[in-house]
Ligand binder design. Structure first.
Ligand code: CA
Ligand code: CA
Length: 304
């Protein structure tokens, strides 16, 4: 039977600053449907007007997310598969430069808002430098099992992972902790260096087109991404070291539990081919990813 997809657009009036199971759904859909989600930038677009200032014109909360999306077929223990079909960003992005304890800009004495136009797919960073945009999603997450989490926090529910690999063509897998999953998305970046060393990327409004599918026979502990020939495990912890260990352990589990590889070979494979990379080191919890070629899995269909 031919599958029919419903296409829904919900605007950025449906904004949340926390991921929680008592958030009222902005939209209800079902497994397999395609959704277009419009998002504000992480400063709620308040820094776009020339002359607007951080802390003066901005809101108390950053990282507004659009949602939540209630997926009718999702239940605790399921896995949510989110295919990123498209990301379209606006025509003006914002970046902040200034002092900080963790990044390169600590040579600077004060903050400055940089407004960077996007023209024909290029960010005009300086009058002499244009860089091609690589749109990505900073925050994509579901409700935790209990309580609520701010949209600025990454974790096993996804959230503010700032993973540059969550982009058009990738597929994000998240655990489902509550009925309906309650998926929210925000914090698009037109461009961001791995590590997000300046504390923000090229922050920008935009829209994301996703297809959400419920995988009911697999449970995962935290976020995963499939892109091109790679499987990626994402982990967020108090330190980069802890996140590195967690991401590595979870990739070992994936190879052994889902991938048809024994534990000796799994260790060998990660020693030789596992690539540990920093997503971001600027949030309260730090995010690391372990990337591994799909060729390393004997059973290549981890999710049917
Ligand atoms: Ca972010
Ligand atoms: Ca951001």
């Amino acid at each position: 039977m031919t599958k029919h997809y419903k296409v829904e657009t919900f605007d950025n009036n449906h904004v949340v600053y926390r991921m929680a199971k008592d958030n009222k759904p902005a939209l209800t859909c079902h497994s397999g449907e395609i959704i277009e989600i419009h998002t504000l930038d992480c400063f709620s677009n308040k820094l776009l007007p020339e002359g607007s200032r951080l802390g003066v014109d901005t809101l108390p909360n950053n990282n507004p997310c659009t949602g939540p999306l209630y997926i009718g077929d999702a239940y605790p223990g399921d896995t949510l598969k989110i295919e990123i079909l498209d990301i379209v960003v606006g025509n003006l992005g914002v970046n902040l430069i200034g002092p900080s304890e963790v990044h390169v800009d600590n040579r600077l004495e004060s903050y400055e808002v940089k407004r960077i136009p996007i023209i024909d797919g290029y960010a005009e960073v300086t009058p002499n430098l244009k860089l091609p945009v690589e749109p990505m999603i900073g925050v994509i997450g579901v409700s935790p099992k209990e309580g609520s989490l701010p949209t600025g926090l990454p974790g096993d529910h996804g959230g503010n992972m700032d993973c540059s690999q969550i982009k058009k063509g990738s597929t994000v897998y998240l655990p489902v902790f509550v009925e309906g999953a309650l998926l929210s998305i925000g914090d698009l970046h037109a461009l961001m260096g791995d590590g997000e060393i300046g504390g923000c990327g090229l922050e920008i409004e935009g829209k994301v087109v996703i297809q959400v599918t419920v995988v009911s026979d697999k449970t995962i502990p935290g976020p995963m991404v499939s892109i091109d020939d790679k499987w990626i495990i994402i982990a967020s912890c108090n330190t980069l070291e802890e996140a590195s260990v967690e991401a590595t352990n979870r990739m070992l589990d994936l190879l052994i539990d889902f991938g048809g590889v024994n534990k000796e070979d799994a260790s060998l494979i990660l020693n030789l081919s596992g690539h540990l990379k920093i997503c971001q080191l600027v949030n309260r919890l730090k995010t690391v990813r372990m990337e591994l070629s799909k060729e390393c899995f004997i059973d290549k269909k981890l999710f049917k």
